[in-house]
Design a protein around this ligand. Sequence first.
Ligand SMILES: Cc1ncc(COP(=O)(O)O)c(C=O)c1O
Length: 417
Amino acid sequence: MSDLEPRLRGFSTRAIRAASRVPRIDQQPTSVPIYQTATFASSDADELGRVAADPRAGYAYSRISNPTTTALGDAYAELAGGEAGVALASGMGAIHAALASLLETGDRVVAPIAIYGSTRAQLLRIFGGFGVRVDSVDTTDLDAVGAALAEAPTRVLYAETIANPTTYLADHAALAELAHRHGATYVVDNTFASPYVCRPLELGADLVVESATKFLGGHSDVIAGVVAGSAARIADVTRVQIDTGATLGPLEAFLVLRGILTLAIRVERHARTAAGLASWLEAQPGVRSVLYPGLSSHPQHDLAVRQFRPGVSGGMLAFEIDGGRAAGRAVIDALQLPELTASLGSVHTMVVHPPSTSHRQLSEADLERTGITPGLLRVSVGLEDLEDLQADFGEALMVARRSADAARAPVPAVAAN
Ligand SMILES: Cc1ncc(COP(=O)(O)O)c(C=O)c1O
């Protein structure tokens, strides 16, 4: 931008130019700057043509690419063990871009029965609406997955590292091998684990997706998504992101980058507290079962040991209490510390009753098929002190037991007069 003869210009012109002058500095900032700009100026028409056509050649327009957002995609790729990565507007945007980069009308997706409700809705409503066939299978049953893949040509086998909300695990090495044997691409949602706990690409997955809103961001103050994989696959995902506009803003990218700085120590602590809360819950009256991959009672504990960072099984657990739906809701209402919100992976402990929130789209029959029992509660264990959480859950369980007892007590006869 030339500033020749500024005295000859009007006040508005001078104000716009003066306030748009980007400082040139010789020292590198230690944090990734927030490039809060929609546009980037090129030196000539040729360069503008080049960068507008190919985001790898430079920056033109922040829907296409932005340095802060690119820094997040690159950081995630490195942590996930991928050749390349891209950051998008949300976890759902990331799942959509990953799938849309692979699917065409007439294609088939095989996905778990136990899957995040909005992912199921996206598969059925959006991709189903464009003529993609979606079949569900129990992805913990490898024979059933093999049979489903043998039944018809499949473009995508989809799985979640730790299923929401049941904490059932996907055996990535086995599922990737099955997918590839049947000519399918293996796509994994790693949101519940984070790359600190599990890296599906290193176990054979072709694309890994995460809601960066969760453990990566870590403070429930940002909505974002990320995808990693080979450079060729990520170029295809990026094409969808550009064309659909599922672009992440630079401020949001910065917040996730800041979260990643402390990902390891946060997830270590989430996992330690979750393990402590899970084994304590197992011993509480009124608690029927506890699902946490780090417990030896978890049906796939051996797989957790094989597939996860040693001794770190993440911050997500689920438990089922006596008394069904009413008791589940009573516990939620009695808890004082946790946030009543449907999210996870935050410094705040969050408890949900999936049958009435994240999985409310499912019929009673589907809830049963997915292992979501009426009294199931999902806990995203935060960074509070374990003793405080135990005290709060102890109180809430007692309130739920009392209200269940009161509901069972015979109604006193009313004297007739
Ligand atoms: C497993 C899983 N995947 C994807 C998403 C979607 O993420 P976002 O809300 O960032 O779109 C969620 C959100 O809860 C989730 O739990």
